[in-house]
Write a protein that binds this ligand. Structure first.
Ligand SMILES: [Zn+2]
Length: 275
């Protein structure tokens, strides 16, 4: 069983050996690591998404446990909203840190779930697949998700781009979307150290079309980051990475250690049934 669909004809994909095949015989071979590339052929997946350097920096940072309280919070929340045989999709899963942790938390309790992860970066899903976690990974865009309509009980979106139409389409009626966003004070001390006039994160209106807002859980704690390399990794995971000038980069390079706030919100949405 798979919820993946053919990116050529939209037909359901079945697993046959190490390939996914639709009824029209369109065939998609799994990579050696296990993921399948379901990007349209005109999209190589290398143009978009995070590059290998950033992915490695991210994995290293996450594996040191700096975001573990967030990860634990996500695992707990997913298990609260689904049980045996649930279908869970991590949209924009990156190198699979949260995807794998959620799957492992169900494995630990002997609860069978079907877990999927998609990301537009082939390098990311390749790294994610190498974790050998039993998650089904595919290279795919969150704006054209190659999965059956109304097939998912839970959709996770961890700092990924938001696509209202697709997220609404793939969730079952009454299905739950869990969205992680940085909150107001996230990395405030880091920003204060490198910018002359730092800004707090803007907290947006929670309402989303097609969904009922069902609650928010705040996860805030202090991170003690003892090494400059980890500070740089953290910075490369933020949107500021792309828009920081030379002076700020120099200040960043000079930071020997850092105590800064991690401040997240996990937003919970229920998909509204269509009339
Ligand atoms: Zn097909």
């Amino acid at each position: 069983m798979s919820i993946f669909i053919c990116p050529v004809c939209g037909g359901k994909l079945e697993i046959s050996g190490k390939s996914y095949i639709c009824q029209n015989r369109h065939t998609f071979d799994m990579a050696k690591s296990g993921y399948v590339n379901l990007l349209p052929t005109n999209n190589s997946g290398s143009v978009h998404g995070d590059n290998k350097f950033m992915l490695r920096a991210r994995r290293e940072f996450l594996e040191k446990g700096f975001y573990k309280p967030l990860c634990d919070g996500v695992c707990k929340m997913v298990s609260k909203y689904c049980g045996e045989n649930a279908v869970i999709l991590d949209a924009g899963c990156g190198e699979g840190y949260y995807t794998t942790a959620v799957k492992a938390s169900f494995d630990k309790s002997n609860i069978a779930v079907e877990m999927y992860g998609i990301d537009i970066s082939k390098d990311a899903v390749d790294m994610a697949s190498k974790r050998k976690s039993g998650v089904n990974f595919a290279a795919a865009s969150v704006f054209h998700i190659p999965v059956l309509s109304e097939s998912c009980d839970i959709l996770l979106t961890m700092f990924a781009p938001y696509c209202c139409e697709e997220y609404g389409r793939v969730l079952k009626n009454g299905g739950i979307m869990i969205m992680a966003i940085p909150s107001e004070n996230h990395l405030w001390e880091l920003k204060s150290k490198i910018y002359d006039t730092p800004y707090k994160n803007e907290v947006k209106d929670y309402q989303l079309e097609g969904f009922e807002f069902s609650g928010v859980e705040k996860i805030s704690y202090t991170m003690n980051i003892p090494e400059n390399s980890d500070i740089l990794s953290l910075f490369s995971m933020t949107p500021y990475y792309y828009k920081t000038g030379k002076i700020e980069k120099e200040r960043l390079n000079e930071l020997k250690n850092l105590e800064t706030q991690a401040d997240f919100e996990l937003l919970i949405y229920k998909k509204l049934a269509k009339d």
